[in-house]
Design a protein around this ligand. Structure first.
Ligand code: BDR
Ligand code: CA
Length: 329
């Protein structure tokens, strides 16, 4: 039986890759998706998600609009220089009017409802700021009792941040929410920049996606054109990091961690230069990964193998598993 998953995202380009990967993965069933502020507004993120689901012929997956602002402060306008002004690399997706509606409940309520419908079974994969999860914890502190694990793309353990010298975007855009999530009593797998930047998609991979006959796979390939331009400054060539899809693949089990100790993690919520840093206590790890007693956050520092070939294979498998496609890019 596929495992039920709630997916929380700020649908952006790598979020789109993660969504496509999850839809193509028979190990899991997406039972709900919540949008959150981040790369784009929460409303735009939900619209993008609905459009991508339609391309996959999966309009049955409910999408809820989530928090538009972080717990402290306001949405600062997103990352159009990274993901394009619409979040999906300026590609246009024609939507059926009927397919365009998010559900009435907000994302935190959706998560709580799903946790009650799948107690002890529901897994959370979060690839945006963690505001919806933090709000759900505020509304019902017993939520962790019903969740198998949270896998979150976020943080920078031993490498620089990407929005400040220490803060990674998902954590830095809502440090208070991230602190609430890593300190709650559920197992968290944190997938930080340390490893997402080491998993890279190349132009030859992108061309394979663009050549797919499946509209969603092709759309992902096309939106990556914009993302590849952004990463020239980081890698010196057109390619992209695989942030969000790596978290998805680790959660599904398609990728395995190689170095992932469970250690104490605190998020810096001060107003100084450290704000948004994931302070991971990695002392005593020189001779190999050591789990620290009582630590509930596993920090993935390295993976077995590379995600790109596996992800491309999954996204191309759509050609055989999704017959219900009816929209065009
Ligand atoms: C994270 O920030 C967002 O821009 C990406 O979608 C990813 O979730 C990487 O720091
Ligand atoms: Ca994201």
């Amino acid at each position: 039986m596929p495992r039920p998953v709630y997916f929380d995202c700020d649908t952006g380009i790598d979020d789109s890759m993660a969504l496509a990967y999850l839809l193509a993965s028979p190990e899991v069933e997406l039972v709900g998706i919540g949008s959150v502020h981040g790369n784009v507004s929460a409303a735009q993120g939900a619209g993008n998600t609905l459009a991508l689901l339609q391309l996959a012929g999966r309009g049955d997956v409910p999408v809820a609009v989530g928090c538009g602002d972080p717990l402290v402060g306001e949405f600062a306008g997103g990352a159009p220089h990274v993901h394009g002004s619409n979040g999906i690399g300026e590609i246009e997706v024609e939507l059926d009017e009927a397919a365009r509606m998010p559900v009435a409940e907000d994302a935190a309520d959706m998560l709580l409802r799903l946790s009650n419908e799948h107690p002890g079974e529901l897994e959370i994969i979060a690839v945006g700021p963690l505001t919806n999860l933090a709000v759900a914890l505020q509304r019902d502190p017993s939520l962790p009792e019903r969740i198998v694990r949270v896998t979150a793309m976020g943080g920078a353990a031993l490498v620089p941040g990407n929005i400040t010298c220490v803060a990674e975007a998902n954590i830095g855009h809502d440090p208070e929410a991230a602190q609430a999530v890593v300190s709650a009593a559920w197992p968290v797998t944190l997938v930080p920049l340390d490893t997402t930047l080491e998993n890279v998609l190349e132009e030859a991979d992108r061309e394979k996606l663009c050549a797919s006959r499946h509209p969603l796979t092709r759309a992902v390939g096309e939106m990556l054109d914009f993302y590849f331009d952004f990463y020239v400054a980081e890698y010196g060539r057109r390619c992209s990091a695989l942030h969000d899809p790596l978290a998805a693949a680790l959660a599904v089990g398609g990728m395995r961690p190689r170095v992932a100790p469970a250690v104490p993690v605190e998020v810096d919520v001060t107003d100084g230069p450290g704000r948004g840093q994931t302070v991971c206590d990695l002392r005593g790890q020189r001779q190999g990964p050591v789990d620290r007693p009582g630590a509930n956050v596993r920090v993935v520092l390295a993976t077995e193998g590379q995600l790109a070939p596996h992800m491309v294979e999954r996204l191309l498998s759509f050609e055989t598993v999704s017959p219900g496609v009816h929209a065009a890019v």
